[in-house]
Design a protein around this ligand. Structure first.
Ligand code: FES
Ligand SMILES: [Fe+2]
Length: 356
């Protein structure tokens, strides 16, 4: 399988209205359009006649009309020319689905399964789309370690002065990578602590599993008293998809859910929704700002000096290459990218004093 063969979220549904929308997925330009009857379609964003961008055209009834000479295409890409009715023209078509308030696309006929959302008992509070000016691997790196949370994040994560107390555990399988973190929580305002039901002595719990068809992580965030085991009143489950526009830019789609022990419809999810949307959007923008500031956007790990939290970089890269990109293990393309042999694994946080 190649990148385009997996189901990717490419646009929030609310952004596809009357006008066609151009998106870019894995270096391929695609036009999305919604017909008058509401059906959605995805075609390669190039007219087979004289290569006009179809996304500059318009929707007419159930067809997309190219703005250059007026040829039209249906949802399967079958074209008609008003001036030459017997001409056969075909635009390349992609499989498309509308689910979880987003438009999802993959190459036609590929056998990839649609990603499963385990959300029984959870309520959707918001769906967000952000743009990072960095390649897929570097974006995934940022979202798969918690050493950056003290300095980057305002709300989720651990305090810098107690990072050495944070425990991290890696649980890789053939097709997934699970990371489990626990440690002292960041300082949180009394208001948020009251709203979320976070106890004074609670630790922050942060666990996620990363999947690779397509590349996304399922995160669980909550707070818990280490002695009594009592949990915060609200916990979060986030599905974050890392969708490469091309080799240099990645779109981040976040589908956010909460489970709450409050009374009322959906555990007060509507009231929480407004607050959480603001908080999450802010936290994700902080991640994007960090990624914008990287001095070197080469996705390879060679030359990085890695810490005990960074073992996941190599585990993820191996699966990105094998499962997502479909590189054979023995190919040159697959080999050098995931060698992480310089991880400092001192669990007590001791530093390696040698500079190489
Ligand atoms: S280029 Fe599209 S109709 Fe001519
Ligand atoms: Fe982050």
């Amino acid at each position: 399988m190649g990148c385009l063969d997996h189901w990717h979220p490419v646009l929030l549904s609310k952004k596809l209205k009357r006008k066609p929308v151009a998106i870019r997925l894995c270096g391929t330009d695609v036009v999305l359009f919604r017909t008058r009857s509401g059906q959605v379609a995805a075609l390669e964003d190039i007219c087979p006649h004289r290569r006009m961008r179809l996304s500059l055209g318009s929707v007419v009834g159930e067809r997309l009309r190219c703005m250059y000479h007026g040829w039209t295409f249906d949802c399967e890409g079958a074209g008609e020319s008003p001036a030459t009715p017997k001409l056969y023209a075909c635009a390349k078509q992609y499989d498309i689905l509308e689910k979880h308030h987003a438009i999802w696309v993959k190459s036609a006929g590929s056998e990839a399964a649609f990603p499963a959302f385990e959300i029984d008992g959870y309520h959707n509070v918001c769906n967000l789309q952000h743009q990072a000016q960095a390649p897929l691997e570097l974006v995934v790196d940022n979202f798969c370690e918690i050493e950056h949370t003290p300095t980057t994040h305002a709300f989720f994560g651990y305090p810098l002065e107690r990072m050495h107390e944070v425990q991290v555990d890696f649980q890789p399988t053939e097709r997934t990578v699970r990371v489990v973190n626990r440690g002292p929580r960041k300082r949180i305002s009394w208001f948020l602590r009251a709203v979320l039901g976070i106890g004074r002595n609670d630790q922050f719990r942060d666990e996620w599993t990363t999947y690779f068809s397509p590349v996304y992580s399922e995160y669980d965030h909550w707070w818990q008293d280490p002695q009594s085991g009592a949990e915060s009143r609200v916990r979060f489950r986030l599905y974050i998809f890392f969708v490469p526009r091309d080799d240099h830019e990645t779109t981040i789609f976040t589908f956010a859910f909460t489970k709450s022990r409050y009374w009322g419809p959906a555990g007060g999810a509507r009231l929480l929704g407004w607050l959480m949307r603001r908080k999450l959007d802010y936290e994700l923008r902080l991640d994007v700002r960090i990624l914008d500031g990287l001095a070197d956007k080469n996705p390879h790990v060679e030359g990085m000096k890695l810490s005990r939290f960074d073992k996941v970089l190599g585990l993820n890269r191996e699966r990105i290459n094998r499962i997502y990109r479909g590189y054979g293990l023995g190919t040159a393309a697959g080999r050098p990218n995931y060698q992480v042999d310089q991880v400092d694994s001192h669990a007590d946080g001791a530093t390696d004093t040698q500079c190489h």
